[in-house]
Design a protein around this ligand. Structure first.
Ligand SMILES: [Zn+2]
Length: 180
């Protein structure tokens, strides 16, 4: 069941996706524990200390080889605290590789934005494999639709409409502790 908190965290993942410097696919992920506390955040990008210059980001093969997915970054930053929590991803559900890491990190639930037709046609095989892996490992998989998603699927909203001031303080502290 999708709760008010699920929508908030998915909205936060949507907000964070805009921070990705990837010119084509921008994904955000949030990990929250069972008490609705934010444990970690992530977006897709090159590893820290690795310069994200245009020649790397625009060469598809180099980009794919070096990029960490939003889910991977969120799990790495969680440093073990992801266990038993929920991971929220926007605008795509996890790929098969991230699904394996989600299982291994001990997350118990995945909440993703419903993929668009374009995403489904491009990533169908990986998304299907990911779904099967998650289900086999007993990870709950749910999806949700946020207000305004249908009309503006890939446009990141402004901070004001997306994240409450209180939540923003929590995020700011978290980001500082992660060296963002
Ligand atoms: Zn992935």
């Amino acid at each position: 069941m999708i709760t008010k908190w699920d929508n908030r965290f998915l909205g936060l993942a949507r907000h964070i996706s805009a921070w990705s410097k990837d010119p084509s696919t921008k994904v955000g992920a949030v990990i929250a524990d069972r008490h609705n506390r934010i444990v970690s955040l992530g977006y897709n990008g090159l590893p820290r200390k690795i310069e994200d210059n245009p020649s790397r980001l625009q060469d598809r093969e180099t980009k794919l080889a070096l990029t960490l997915h939003a889910e991977q970054n969120a799990i790495l930053f969680a440093q073990g605290r992801a266990w038993g929590g929920t991971i929220y991803t926007w605008p795509l559900p996890p790929c098969a590789h991230c699904a394996s890491q989600i299982v291994q990190a001990g997350l118990y639930r995945v909440v993703s934005h419903v993929p668009t037709h374009e995403h489904l046609s491009r990533w169908a095989a990986s998304l299907r494999l990911a779904y099967d892996v998650l289900r086999e490992a007993g990870v709950m998989v749910e999806d949700a639709e946020l207000d305004g998603d249908k009309s503006e699927a890939l446009k990141a909203p402004s901070l004001e409409e997306d994240v409450s001031a209180e939540l923003f303080d929590v995020i700011s502290d978290l980001l500082k502790s992660h060296g963002y």
